[in-house]
Design a protein around this ligand. Structure first.
Ligand code: MG
Length: 505
């Protein structure tokens, strides 16, 4: 599979061998997508077993002694940046599979497929006890996982590093202190402004679901999506799955009211999907397609969701489409829709939260995970600790666990250490916005003129094409000349919300 990107003979042998592992992980992704979208509820048990066995097959392929010899050999050879990254990613995969015994991985897989069911039931019935034992087991397994993987100073570091290479408690403690302090100050100014309203009538306005489905497709058209490469389905937790540069799946959900929710999640997932589609085609069957940074991925989804989807110019375009939903929507003009889509109010549910308070939700989850993995608290303590943190950070207290600690699917999937990437990706999206302004013009003008394809091309050239070639930190440096900083994000939020709420400093 020689290409402009890979020429080293040892690398070519490696990529040839890796194709079997890729094929299995491609099908695992498809199976994960199916589990969320189409699989009947009772299919979970055997799907879990099949996924665990497939995982073991991948492990065997990666740990194969001939393959490992080739990785060692290539590591000493003269490689280009893409080839070097392939070795970096394969060494990471090797470390993962070498450290974690097959038996442990199977146990993890079984536990999480059972937990997915118990979490769903617990959430539906608002009964934390139904999930408590499985969560406890997941925490135990996660601590064990950290021990197997190895870490410096904090057990939690081993888990953070899985989702974001190099991420650590040391770095994130400093990051969140900065971010939370900023949003607390901004929130105070917003809430104290004369224009402040804590709710908007559109948040409770109903819509016909069939019309909303058409609306979402029309929004994807404005975003210049390729219907031959992207499908839009429904799932209880919106997500996206990239299968190749020709096949990206996105899902959304329809609550039947508060139309902004389904719209913003569709646009969000589109951002992920486009990233997957715009990798170099030669990367498809290589670790450069699958080994991505979650923070970078999230920067793409949040860039589309916030910097395009929640912009004045985009909402101007959306306004006539919203009017078609029902008479209730005809009463509002573009300016009102803009206020509605950018309503800031401390709330309980992360996925429905605004751009300002969003980071408070992530910080809370981060703090609780850190304590759970340290052993400072146990699974059974989660509801109480959760509610206390919400009161302290956002000034709101959940009345039920359904709208509290049971809201998100991640823990049931064993994804601990994942959440900080949401915040960091969101913050990085603002740096991208500033770079685009320097290179090709103001985002507002580009959106107003319908030049979404120009924005997409910039994203391809500067970010998407590289796949997993660079880690977050490196790409940030390449793009902005400095390591990841929060200033562009602070400028963006200050400007935008000073304007909306008429805040004068
Ligand atoms: Mg996302």
């Amino acid at each position: 599979m020689s290409s402009d990107f890979f020429t080293n003979k040892t690398i070519l042998k490696i990529l040839d061998h890796y194709q079997s592992a890729w094929a299995l992980s491609h099908l695992l992704s498809l199976s994960a997508w199916d589990s969320e979208v189409y699989m009947p509820e009772k299919g979970t048990k055997y799907r879990g077993i099949a996924q665990a066995k497939t995982q073991t097959l991948i492990q065997n392929i990666v740990l194969d002694s001939n393959f490992q010899e080739l990785i060692k050999k290539a590591d000493d050879e003269n490689l280009n940046i893409y080839e070097e990254s392939i070795i970096r990613l394969l060494k990471r995969e090797t470390k993962f599979y070498k450290s974690l015994p097959a038996k442990f991985l199977e146990e993890f897989e079984h536990t999480t497929s059972r937990a997915l069911l118990s979490w769903r039931k617990a959430k539906e019935q608002d009964n934390f006890d139904l999930f408590s034992d499985d969560l406890s087991k997941i925490i135990l397994l996660s601590r064990q996982k950290a021990d197997y993987l190895g870490y410096e100073s904090h057990k939690y570091n081993a888990l953070l590093d899985q989702y974001e290479e190099g991420s650590s408690v040391e770095e994130l403690d400093v990051y969140f202190e900065d971010v939370v302090k900023f949003i607390e100050e901004l929130l105070k100014k917003i809430v104290n402004s004369d224009n402040y309203k804590s709710s908007h009538p559109l948040s409770n306005t109903e819509y016909p679901i069939e019309l909303a489905k058409t609306l979402n497709l029309n929004i994807l058209k404005i975003l210049k999506y390729d219907p031959g490469k992207i499908s839009l389905d429904i799932s209880s937790h919106p997500f996206s799955e990239g299968l190749s540069t020709d096949d990206s799946r996105i899902t959304t959900r329809y609550e039947g009211f508060d139309i902004a929710r389904t719209i913003t999640s569709t646009i969000h997932e589109y951002g992920h999907a486009l990233y997957f589609l715009q990798h170099q085609e030669a990367f498809n069957t290589t670790p450069l397609y699958t080994g991505y940074s979650l923070g970078l991925h999230e920067s793409q989804s949040r860039f589309f969701e916030n910097h395009i989807g929640r912009s004045k110019e985009f909402i101007n375009k959306l306004s006539p489409l919203l009017h078609k939903l029902s008479r209730d929507y005809e009463k509002f003009d573009a300016n009102e829709f803009y206020k509605y889509f950018n309503l800031v109010t401390p709330s309980l549910i992360r996925v429905e939260s605004d751009e300002v308070t969003y980071h408070g939700h992530i910080y809370i989850r981060y703090s609780i995970e850190k304590k759970l993995i340290n052993g400072e608290i146990e699974a059974k303590d989660v509801p109480e600790v959760w509610n206390k943190h919400y009161e302290e950070v956002l000034g709101v207290t959940p009345k039920t666990n359904q709208e509290g600690c049971l809201q998100d699917i991640h823990w049931s999937m064993g994804a601990i250490g994942y959440f900080p990437t949401y915040s960091q990706g969101t913050v990085f999206a603002a740096a991208i916005n500033e770079r685009i302004a320097e290179d090709i013009g103001n985002m507002s003008d580009l959106i107003h003129e319908g030049k979404i394809d120009v924005i997409q091309k910039w994203l391809f050239q500067n970010i998407h094409q590289y796949g997993a070639t660079y880690i977050f930190e490196e790409l940030s440096k390449k793009l902005t000349g400095e390591k990841f900083v929060t200033e562009p994000w602070k400028r963006y939020l200050s400007n935008k919300y000073s304007d909306i709420y008429n805040i004068i400093d």
